[in-house]
Design a protein around this ligand. Structure first.
Ligand code: GLU
Ligand code: ZN
Length: 277
C-alpha cells in the first residue's frame, strides 16, 4: 500500500510551488490506489500562524485534493519528538550546544576555511568538547542550549547506510555532509530533521515526495531512521517549479499565491495546469 503525504509549514500562503508538491504526492497515492495524508509542520512557533494553517486547508480543498483525517499537527506531538531525543541521548549521541549564532559565526570565521554543507557552514564543534562538569554547570545556571547530534559517533554506530530515490536510484547515505545537526533548538524542543523522520514513520508513509531542494536532507533522515529503528520509506524528489524568469516560487511572489490566483478568477483546473498537473 502506497502512503504519501504533503507536509507544508504554515509560515505564509501556499504558492504554485506548493501546489505542485501537493498534487505530486496526491497523484502518486491515486496512481497506486493508496492513501494521501496531510501534515502541518508547525514546530517553529515564532514563524507559524494558525491562519496560515486554515488557509492551507482551504487552498488544498479548492484545488480538489482530499486527504485523510485527522491531520497530523506537529505542535501537538512534542512528546513524540522528546521520546526520540531521549533514545538518542541514551545512546550517548547528543550534546548540548550553548553557542549563539554570533559565537558560531565567529568560530567559523576564525577557522578560515570551515567546511560547508547543504545548509551552510558546518558547526565547528566547540560544545562537543565541553567537559561534563562544564555542561552541568552551564545547564544548571539556566543557559539556553540546543541539542546537537554527534555526527561522527552517530555515523560510526549506524555503519554504512543507503536509501533509494525513485529517479536517481540507490544513494549511499552521506549525513556527515551536514556535520553536527541540531535536533532540538533552544526555542523549540525539536527540529525539522527530527520531526519529519519521526512523523513519516509514525504515519506509516511509504513514499516520501518532496522538492529536490530537500534531496540532501534525506541523508540525515536515513541516519536517524537507523538510530531510532524506524523503517525507511521510498523517496521521490520532484523538480522545483519556476516562474517565467526561471526563479523558484517563494513567499515573496504574492501574486502567485493560490489565494491570489483564486481571487483573480482562475479555476482550480487552470491552477492545477499552472502547477504542472
Ligand atoms: N515542511 C517542509 C517544507 O515546507 C517540507 C517537509 C518535507 O516534505 O519533508 O519545506
Ligand atoms: Zn556550541
Amino acid at each position: 500500500m502506497t502512503i504519501t503525504r504533503f507536509a507544508p509549514s504554515p509560515t505564509g500562503e501556499l504558492h504554485l510551488g506548493h501546489a505542485h508538491s501537493a498534487l505530486f504526492a496526491f497523484a502518486e497515492a491515486r496512481k497506486a490506489q493508496g492513501r494521501f495524508l496531510l501534515r502541518i509542520e508547525d514546530i517553529d512557533r515564532t514563524r507559524c500562524r494558525p491562519e496560515f494553517t486554515q488557509g492551507i486547508f482551504e487552498d488544498l480543498a479548492w484545488l480538489g485534493l482530499e486527504w485523510e483525517r485527522p491531520v497530523r499537527i506537529q505542535s501537538e506531538h512534542f512528546d513524540d519528538y522528546r521520546a526520540a531525543l531521549d533514545r538518542l541521548d541514551s545512546l550517548g549521541l547528543l550534546y548540548p550546544c550553548f553557542c549563539t549564532r554570533k559565537d558560531i559565526a565567529r568560530e567559523v570565521d576564525g577557522a578560515g576555511h570551515a567546511p560547508h554543507g547543504p545548509d551552510g557552514p558546518l558547526y565547528p564543534g566547540h560544545c562537543r568538547h565541553l567537559s561534563a562538569s562544564e555542561r552541568a554547570e552551564r545547564t544548571a545556571s539556566g543557559q539556553p542550549f540546543a541539542l546537537r547530534l554527534d555526527m561522527a559517533e552517530a555515523s560510526r554506530r549506524a555503519g554504512p547506510l543507503s536509501w533509494r530515490d525513485r529517479e536517481r536510484g540507490e544513494q549511499a547515505a552521506r549525513p556527515e555532509l551536514f556535520g553536527d545537526v541540531v535536533l532540538a533548538r533552544k526555542d523549540t524542543p525539536a527540529s525539522y530533521h527530527l520531526a519529519v523522520t519521526v512523523d513519516d514513520a509514525l504515519q506509516g508513509v511509504t513514499l516520501v515526495t518532496r522538492g529536490v531542494d530537500l534531496f540532501e536532507a534525506t541523508h540525515v533522515h536515513r541516519l536517524l531512521q537507523a538510530l531510532l529503528d524506524l523503517p525507511t520509506p521510498g523517496y521521490a524528489h520532484h523538480r522545483l517549479l519556476t516562474d517565467e524568469h526561471g526563479r523558484r516560487y517563494a513567499k515573496r511572489d504574492r501574486s502567485l499565491t493560490l489565494r491570489a490566483l483564486r481571487d483573480a478568477g482562475r479555476t482550480p483546473q487552470e491552477v492545477r495546469a499552472l502547477a504542472g498537473f
